[in-house]
Design a protein around this ligand. Sequence first.
Ligand SMILES: *Cc1c(COP(=O)(O)O)cnc(C)c1O
Length: 516
Amino acid sequence: MEETKFIGTPRKATTHVSQNEGLMFEKSSAGKKGYRLPLLDVPAVDAAALLGEAVRTDGLGVMPELSEIEIIRHFTRLSTWNYAIDLGMYPLGSCTMKYNPRINEAVARLEGLAEAHPYQPESLSQGALGIMKMLSDALIEITGMDTITLQPAAGAHGEFTGILLTKAFHTANGNPRTKVIVPDSAHGTNPATAAVCGYQVANLKSNALGMVDLAELEKMVDEDVAALMLTNPSTIGVFESDIHKISDILHAKGALLYMDGANMNALVGKTRPGDFGADVMHLNLHKTFSTPHGGGGPGSGPVACKKILEPFLPSPVLKTNPDGTLGFDYNRPQSVGRVRAWYGNFGMFVRALAYILANGPDGLRQTTEDAVLNANYLRSKLEGTFELPYKTRSLHEVVFSDKLQAKNGVKTGDMGKRLIDYGFHPYTVSFPLVVNGAMMIEPTESESKEELDLLVDALTQVAREAEENPELVKNAPHTTRLQRLDETGAARKPVLRWKAPVSSTELTANTAAKEW
Ligand SMILES: *Cc1c(COP(=O)(O)O)cnc(C)c1O
């Protein structure tokens, strides 16, 4: 790329010089080995005799044969194409892309934890169970709830579990009810959860401040409503200041308040959902509590709830035996059942607990304050450059829109792509849906003022380009291996496997490319 494309502002993250890397299959040559095994000292077994019909006959194709250094280089080169939290900031709003402190990894790799097996008897798992108990107690304290399950594997899975609890509660009271209310600013997983749990989704319009409209809510809540699913602070980063009244309106009709806790990074140590009326909520350990995040997991989405929902918690439930040891209680006749194999993503519990203990109560509170300070710093630096649709005070994230740039045909997605050329991951594009052309930014507490200033410079520069040279932004990114992808095609017709050519002589880069 010609340097003239970058007017003044330094680029940060750079990509590997070679943006081409063949598949392992293409690099393979027969007979190469990455390992050496000792000679077989037991009788050889005929796989077909041993496995019978299970033997694979569908032409597995050519298995790649490479030396160790070739494999190491292959994956190391590929890794340099990735953007990573260790390389630079992710301003993705709603995602809380905070740094994962190395202490978490050091602790999670301790042999007794990393090698623990879920079928180890309880008597030999007291340390692991102790970690789950300590984490449970810490999260109950942080949320102000009465009890918790660590089973769910992610936020959306936690929502599913929480609404199953809600349904089991209403069913036990004689009527499962038919509707779940979801505000128009909600994350897409909220209405999806309600629908998957068999509820009709009733859409609640936000008021001019971007908050729940109390009068509207009052009209909608009746004895047919099972719950309201509410994100607080909301998806535009605004605290629902009438949260007590919201919970009173629901409780008056026997409905429950489900709180989507994805935005707990704005609340930890400052206020507790259990105290402001939430009955059930999920936490995203991979957001608020720093466990690794991205690439699809592994996540962890514990669900904390009030006493009224305890009988329905997924089985088994962690218990303290009369002799003080820990174990699991499987005798849960009213349980909604297991929602995940084993007991949840144990490695994530270790990391989250390490993070909580390393920070301590004061450190966690400071984290919240720094996250809010960082978001407000960005807001004050960028207001004017970008339109700010809701002027209500921001907590941990801020939502701008592309209104000022859209008059030149430059949209939020274009500016997000252009940010890649400046060495940043894009912000969250076009979400929440209540803001047309949304540009949603959440810096988290991890970022220094220097890093925030670089982001401000980059975004200011992108806004100037949108004025002076819109095409440059509309065709971005210019520095990546691939430019604009067919996102619809990638979602609708994903190609998830490589197909081996019929014979190894056809194994060239070209045929492989066509197979893709
Ligand atoms: C991230 C998020 C979710 C879903 O959590 P996952 O762990 O990605 O399944 C739900 N609601 C909100 C507001 C979120 O930001």
